[in-house]
Design a protein around this ligand. Structure first.
Ligand code: PGA
Length: 245
């Protein structure tokens, strides 16, 4: 079975005004012949402008969330179709900041994932345990339950990825050890294999990935790329991670 093509995606979170498009252009200029697919996920307000700025480049543009419904009276929300219309080709779903801050359940993440598929977007579905869950020895059970609950069966045969992001590693500078990452990624791979006949989806690692730790993380077993927050805001840092593959 051939390994899935790695994906390295930057999650800008709620950072970035128009001037930040220069960083995106610098990423596009520096990517070259990367051994991975490379994506940037800016705030919704920049998706259209970034997709125009990066048109013709190797860098893909994604959203950070979408509504499960296609359209309707949902003030402030953005649908998957709207992101696609603005030029996005991917979308991050079920990020822990949304699970924790907005009470997003696995069922809601699955509904959003289905909406993304209908809009032609490639979902990046995030899972990850809290520190308390890890300390209680529940990390594998929590993460595999999130995978089972957040990925609808309609993903079979469609491009998608899963991002393992331990909540305690996001934005903290802390990372699991390589064996800890591999243990969870293997459990996710086994879960995907049980859910889908052919599970070729890359499994990304996310949480305090930096140029200095990227090579070790990206070469760990069953790590098929990275979801990068803070270090994706500066082109030099992000390119350092892409180049570590
Ligand atoms: P971080 O964020 O790289 O800043 O830890 C990762 C993420 O939340 O996707």
């Amino acid at each position: 079975m051939t390994a899935p093509v790695p994906l390295i995606a930057g999650n800008w979170k709620m950072h970035g005004l128009a001037a930040a498009l220069d960083e995106a252009r610098a990423v596009a200029a520096g990517v070259g012949a990367a051994g991975a697919r490379v994506a940037l996920c800016p705030p919704a307000s920049l998706v259209h402008r970034m997709s125009q700025a990066l048109a013709g480049s190797a860098v893909l543009v994604g959203g950070q969330d979408c509504r499960a419904e296609e359209t309707g009276a949902f003030t402030g929300d953005v649908s998957a179709e709207m992101l696609a219309d603005a030029g996005a080709v991917l979308v991050i779903l079920g990020h822990s900041e949304r699970r924790a801050g907005y009470g997003e359940s696995d069922a809601l993440v699955a509904a959003k994932t289905l909406a993304a598929l209908h809009a032609g977007l490639e979902p990046i579905v995030c899972v990850g345990e809290t520190l308390a869950q890890r300390k209680a020895g529940e990390a594998i059970a929590v993460v595999t339950a999130q995978v089972r609950g957040s990925l609808p069966p309609e993903l079979a045969g469609r491009p998608f990825s899963v991002a393992y992001e331990p909540v305690w590693a996001i934005g903290t500078g802390l990372t699991p050890t390589t064996p800890e990452i591999e243990e969870i990624h293997r459990a996710i791979r086994a879960t995907l294999a049980a859910m889908f006949a052919s599970a070729q989806a890359p499994i990304l690692y996310g949480g305090s990935v930096k140029p200095g730790n990227a090579a070790e993380i990206l070469h760990a077993a069953e790590v098929g790329g990275a979801l990068v927050g803070g270090a994706s805001l500066k082109a030099a840092d992000f390119l350092g991670i892409v180049g570590a593959l």
